[in-house]
Design a protein. Structure first.
Length: 368
């Protein structure tokens, strides 16, 4: 059939305009930076995965760690921008739909504040431990007291890894009116007692410095519970400890305190648990599934008699090793047998004796 010019134009619009619109939207989304690619995560990455990627890359590209690399600061800011957008649900939705162009008026952050929430310190205040000059200066500058805080963590968090937000009320040094004594030191003063007679005595000498005051400020810290961390292990934040009015703040350390778990006991990288089975299961065998710390199922099969105190080992079902998360410990399962209560009739006793084919026997031994 032959169509008119008007029908042809209408058909063309219906078929091709929606596709053109989609292409324009896609071009808009990808016209800016790809924040997912910058962090090296998938587009459906969880907040925990994004935080873990940011922490790794922020440490890698921090300008203080790369003084001879002029591109490091730009990479560091890209990583920070990506973190800010992808960890904010509203900004992430806008970015996924419209790209960076849709966030032009909604990007307000301080890169040093974001970095400080993971490591403490900030630009110029974070010590990576490289170079003798920094170490030498650190010895000369007085520092505030170190603060150690116990942080209760679950075995699940130590198995899978997690980020815990902690609100820290930190005393911060602020300018105040007036002057104060500072840099006080003891000097020897010579006093003439008479002709040809002198006496030297110690005397405290101080400088006059601008006055300061301590003001509490709230700050949110991101404590990363890394997979395989151990009970008592510490996670440091630089310069987040007690302040020093004439120097630098001390460090803040969170000490991991592993909470008791109702099912598993941890020893090193190995896990231990007990399972109570019925006498019927002990004699006939059984199959079951044990829910692990990350909710995956561990299949347990017994096709032989299981005696009280029997133990089996499941290799690779323990805790991840802290230094190498690909190496996993073992899971040890000890079986307890729940014997039936009550008494057996004479007929039942004879039946049990016939099935077990055992005679009555008792042996005394030292089991300790």
């Amino acid at each position: 059939p032959v169509c008119t010019h008007k029908q042809f134009v209408h058909m063309w619009i219906q078929r091709f305009v929606p596709a053109v619109v989609l292409l324009l939207q896609a071009a808009l989304v990808y016209s800016g930076r790809d924040f997912y690619e910058i962090l090296g995560v998938s587009r459906d990455a969880s907040t925990k995965e994004i935080k873990r990627a940011y922490r790794k890359l922020a440490m890698k590209y921090h300008p203080d760690k790369n003084p001879d690399d002029p591109s490091a600061e730009e990479k560091f800011r890209d990583v920070t921008d990506a973190y800010e957008v992808l960890t904010d649900e509203g900004k992430r939705q806008t970015y996924d739909q419209y790209g960076e162009e849709g966030l032009k008026d909604n990007m307000h952050h301080d890169a040093s504040d974001v970095f400080g929430s993971f490591f403490g310190g900030g630009f110029g205040g974070f010590k990576f431990g490289f170079g003798g000059d920094d170490m030498h200066r650190e010895k000369e500058i007085p520092r505030g007291a170190e603060v150690v805080v116990d942080l209760s963590v679950t075995l699940e968090e130590l198995y899978t890894g997690e980020f815990i937000e902690v609100a820290r009320y930190k005393p911060v040094v602020k300018p105040a009116s007036g002057k104060r004594k500072c840099n006080c030191r003891t000097e020897m003063k010579t006093v003439q007692l008479g002709p040809g007679s002198f006496q030297m005595s110690p005397q405290q000498v101080c400088d006059q410095c601008p006055n300061v005051k301590l003001v509490n400020e709230e700050k949110t810290l991101e404590v990363e519970i890394e997979p395989g961390m151990r009970d008592g292990q510490e996670y440091p934040f630089v310069a987040e400890g007690e302040p020093h009015v004439d120097g630098e703040p001390g460090d803040l350390k969170f000490r991991m305190i592993q909470m008791r778990h109702p099912v598993f006991e941890r020893k090193g990288d190995d896990l231990y648990t007990n399972i109570t089975i019925s006498l019927l299961d002990a004699l006939n065998g059984f199959e079951m599934e044990l829910t692990h710390l990350d909710n995956h199922k561990v299949k347990i099969e017994r096709d032989k008699i299981t005696w009280p105190g029997a133990r089996i080992r499941k290799k690779g079902e323990g805790m991840p090793n802290y230094e190498n998360n690909n190496a996993l410990g073992s899971l040890y399962i000890t079986f307890d047998v729940d014997f039936p209560k009550g008494n057996l009739s004479e007929e039942e006793k004879e039946a049990v004796t016939k099935v077990l084919k055992q005679s009555s026997k008792q042996t005394a031994y030292n089991g300790l």
